[in-house]
Design a protein around this ligand. Structure first.
Ligand SMILES: Cc1cc2nc3c(=O)[nH]c(=O)nc-3n(C[C@H](O)[C@H](O)[C@H](O)COP(=O)(O)OP(=O)(O)OC[C@H]3O[C@@H](n4cnc5c(N)ncnc54)[C@H](O)[C@@H]3O)c2cc1C
Length: 512
């Protein structure tokens, strides 16, 4: 068994930023960063980070208003103000740590604009901003001796204990499965932070990589933490269409901002039939327009036409997109890019306060798995990397002020690690997962209906029951635990959707 002061589960922007801050401030304390095999959402982020860096053309007030407009009345105003006002200082920190954001001839930071923003305010590194931020954070993590990174280690449950004075339910650590040795262990921690990212893998088509299985959210749910706004799932309108399900390659909104047209197979710019802003309408409107277009045409995808744009300039702006399309047989100067909408971002999650504290003792959450109140009913583009940076800092500030070794590990019953049996991965679970993804895509997608949601509720109950009766809870492996977690998260998405009685932000029920 392992002991640590700080346990952080997840090594995307949220987890690594927090780890670096804690390790630098508390050089004698131990930070353990656990990360399962696979890539983070952070690595995939293309567009950039929103922050008010031009105080003449832009202002905090404008960024606040844009965020509130996207959130459609459901944002928490204090949170929005706090996050927006922290933007410049968090960007400066990333620059101080060595992040190479794109600069102009006078070395000024180049700012771009994305859908919903009324000013140029997105700092970026070409079209692979997340990869650059991750590079810098990873280097910093590697250089801090008091951070221990447990790679390829899967956190499969939290331990909830009532041992603290004054007595309260408190998280005292997490159960971990080493994905290489297939051994389970337990990490005792004075504090635990979930930074496990999103839930895209619950759906057939998603921009999220394979790690996005909602593990942190499901673990928090089992520990009785409060969740909120799970019905608000943002779909990105344009991912590269491929027949097979899985992680889809994102064609950034910036490409439409740059002048690309969305067309149906007949060459008609159909989005103009739905909204006068056409390709630059908000993500939910463009996604819904594509959904309706495809429902009528019965075709598999629509197209992004970039053939009228200057090839060399496009290549310079979007080198990653240009090359990936080319690798898939699409030369953007000659061919249209086949695209469909896909699940992109979860606006809801584990409820946290201004310091990233969940509703359960000693459990913090940060990044995409958390619900802070920033996004309301829809996320403004490029606000999520900013949110992760700001809340990693808030959790750090909390520990800076009040960290104490509250938990006496010896007083806790040893967790029953031995009673877990690590079993072989099975194809049966993969088939079940396909079934779950199809169910969620068909019944809880861009356009939902109460009827479909109720059908999904019944089906999910059946799937859960079947799993419980066929495989004991103490049997574990990564695929099995992820499937259990995805079933639990799917149930929350369905229940929160059924409870939502108005169409707002990114949520649309055709029967309301
Ligand atoms: C294609 C794409 C483009 C995007 N572009 C932008 C953009 O331009 N601007 C913007 O603001 N946002 C963007 N986003 C959203 C943004 O990237 C994410 O919201 C953000 O990176 C989430 O960071 P995170 O640290 O919370 O989670 P992640 O970066 O997803 O990291 C999660 C970590 O948790 C680990 N993990 C998960 N479960 C477990 C477990 N059970 N045990 C151990 N480890 C676990 C994973 O291995 C991973 O290390 C984009 C997202 C995608 C997918």
């Amino acid at each position: 068994m392992i002991h640590t002061d700080f346990l952080i589960i997840g090594s995307g922007i949220a987890g690594m930023t927090l780890a670096v801050k804690l390790a630098e401030y508390f050089p004698t304390k131990k930070v353990i960063l656990v990360t399962k095999a696979g890539e983070s959402n952070t690595r995939f982020a293309q567009g950039g980070v929103a922050a008010v860096l031009d105080q003449i053309q832009d202002s905090y007030q404008k960024h606040i208003e844009d965020t509130l407009r996207a959130g459609d009345g459901l944002c928490d105003l204090d949170v929005v103000k706090h996050v927006v006002e922290q933007g410049p200082v968090r960007i400066k920190e990333l620059l101080d740590w060595g992040t190479q954001f794109d600069r102009g001839p006078e070395q000024q930071l180049l700012l771009s604009r994305e859908g919903g923003h009324t000013a140029l305010r997105i700092v970026h590194h070409k079209d692979s901003t997340g990869k650059e931020i991750e590079r810098v954070l990873r280097l910093r993590v590697q250089n801090l001796a008091n951070i221990q990174v447990l790679e390829d280690c899967y956190a499969f449950d939290l331990k909830l204990t009532a041992t603290i004075k004054p007595t309260k339910q408190t998280i005292t650590g997490a159960h971990i499965l080493d994905q290489n040795t297939r051994e389970a262990t337990f990490i005792y921690a004075q504090t635990t932070t979930l930074a496990t990212g999103g839930i895209g893998q619950l759906y057939t088509h998603t921009t999220n990589p394979s790690i996005a299985t909602g593990d942190g959210i499901a673990m928090a749910l089992r520990a009785n933490a409060k969740l909120k706004s799970m019905e608000f799932i943002q779909f990105h309108p344009t991912v590269f269409y491929e027949k097979n399900a899985g992680t889809s390659f994102l064609i950034s909104e910036a490409v439409r901002g740059y002048g690309a047209y969305l067309k149906n197979s007949k060459g008609h710019r159909f989005v103009l039939d739905y909204d006068p802003r056409g390709e630059l309408a908000s993500r939910d409107i463009v996604s819904r327009a594509i959904y309706l277009e495809l429902s009528h045409s019965k075709e598999k995808c629509v197209y992004l036409d970039c053939t009228h744009l200057k090839k060399e300039e496009f290549k310079n702006h979007f080198p990653n997109i240009y090359q990936t399309c080319l690798n898939r047989g699409v030369d953007i100067s000659k061919n249209w890019i086949p695209v469909i909408p896909a699940v992109h971002y979860l606006c809801g999650g584990i409820v946290v306060d201004a310091y990233g504290k969940s509703t359960i003792g000693n459990l913090f959450a940060c990044g995409e798995c958390s619900y802070t109140g920033l996004h309301g009913a829809n996320r403004l583009a490029s606000n999520s990397l900013l949110e992760a940076l700001v809340y990693a800092h808030s959790i750090f500030e909390y520990h800076k002020r009040s960290f104490s070794k509250e938990i006496v590990f010896d007083s806790i019953d040893p967790p029953a690690i031995k009673s877990y049996t690590v079993v072989e991965e099975s194809n049966q679970i993969k088939e079940k997962l396909d079934e779950l993804q199809t169910l969620m895509s068909e019944n809880a997608g861009i356009v939902r209906s109460t009827e479909q949601l109720i059908q999904a509720r019944v089906k999910l109950k059946t799937l859960s029951k079947a799993l419980q009766t066929s495989i004991p809870k103490t049997f574990i492996n990564t695929g099995l635990c992820e499937y259990r977690n995805m079933l639990a998260v799917a149930q929350m998405i369905i229940e929160h959707s059924i409870a939502r009685k108005e169409n707002v932000g990114g949520y649309y029920n055709s029967q309301l």
